[in-house]
Design a protein around this ligand. Structure first.
Ligand SMILES: C[S@@+](CC[C@H](N)C(=O)[O-])C[C@H]1O[C@@H](n2cnc3c(N)ncnc32)[C@H](O)[C@@H]1O
Length: 328
């Protein structure tokens, strides 16, 4: 999972250097603080890939947050001079990122996915799913008839609700059930549903997969479940280990949740339905164990083969012509 979900850069050995903070005396403008912050983060042995993939973007996110400026502040903002109390706020954030290895998104309380802002805190994994590439192409793939009808959609393992919200945006006539085992994660999802004004169209369920969800058939089941083999969790960089264990731990072989989800989906998909799961680096294991389901692999920009598609009753789907067989 880490290999594909966690787009990170190799970490040099961790090095704490409090003396680095002494060099801030002459820094006046946002641009100067950005150069300083970037250098500091890049030399500190941090792992990236949760919010940004490089120290420049993380330093920028932290500095803009400390100055209460939006992330899309133009380059003109670089000339802005910092007041003394703003310098203190910037230093405090850089310090926490560096010394406590707190992910930037947990410090700023926000993450962006698919052009949308999501509230995040330690109760949820920081949104960075490959589904952000797949969801915009689903309409073309599902076909015009299905696209315009009232799709029933399930987002299983919803966490912050980010995928449920993206799905609701791309399928305006759709009704979404967003499911998670963790009540804390669902509280975060509720915050995001309210801020995206989707509380009516996306329904939250506290449930172990579909166990506590009333019987219903779905046209689309989407899931970004935990898929990290348990033994690998301890080897993750510290900022990744700050994310909820329940969001990462896929059991001995990474497949514990996926295996149950594929079985349950057989009873939950409509005849023309499709199950899409993000599976990290588990393609070979899934191809082997679920050969009978004929998994297909949807292309992503970096060729990581991590989004698996399993169609319901292929014969039935073919007859109805609801899902066209062309690839994304
Ligand atoms: C990798 S996170 C995905 C969150 C979100 N969908 C995203 O893409 O950012 C996995 C989520 O699955 C939830 N989860 C783990 N086991 C579960 C289970 N058996 N049933 C339902 N949710 C589960 C975790 O609480 C966590 O929020």
């Amino acid at each position: 999972m880490f290999t594909s979900r966690r787009r990170r850069e190799p970490s040099p050995p961790a090095a704490r250097r409090p003396q680095a903070f002494a060099a801030t005396e002459g820094l006046a403008t946002l641009g100067e603080w950005l150069r300083f912050g970037e250098k500091l983060l890049s030399r500190s042995g941090l792992a990236f890939g949760q919010v940004a993939t490089n120290p420049h973007d993380e330093a920028l996110a932290l500095i803009l947050h400390a100055l209460k400026l939006p992330l899309d502040s133009g380059s003109g903002a670089k000339a802005r001079r910092l007041r003394p109390e703003e310098k203190v706020a910037v230093l405090a954030l850089l310090r926490r990122r560096m010394e406590e290895r707190i992910p930037t998104a947990y410090l700023t309380r926000e993450a962006w996915l698919g052009g949308k802002r999501f509230y995040v805190d330690e109760r949820v994994i920081i949104p960075r799913s490959y589904f952000v590439e797949i969801i915009p192409r689903l309409g073309r793939w599902l076909g015009a008839k299905t696209f315009s009808s009232r799709l029933r959609i399930a987002d299983v393992c919803t966490g912050s609700g980010c995928l449920a919200i993206l799905l609701a945006g791309y399928f305006p006539g759709g009704k979404v059930d967003a499911i998670d085992l963790d009540p804390g994660a669902l509280e975060v999802a509720r915050i995001n549903l309210r801020s995206h004004r989707l509380a009516r169209r996306v329904r939250l369920w506290t449930s172990d997969l579909f166990d506590a969800v009333p019987p219903a058939r779905y046209d689309l089941i989407v899931s970004n479940p935990p898929y990290e083999p348990s033994a690998r969790l301890d080897t993750l960089p510290p900022e990744f280990r700050r994310e909820p264990w329940l969001a990462l731990d896929g059991g001995v072989d990474g497949l514990a949740v996926i295996r149950r989800l594929i079985r349950q989906a057989r009873q939950r998909l409509s005849g023309r339905g499709a199950l899409l799961i993000e599976v990290g680096g588990l393609r070979r294991a899934i191809d082997r164990e679920f050969a009978a389901e004929r998994p297909e692999w949807l292309p992503t920009e970096d060729g990581s083969d991590c989004i698996c598609l399993i169609r319901a009753g292929r014969g039935a789907a073919k007859a109805q012509g609801a899902i066209r067989r062309h690839r994304l």
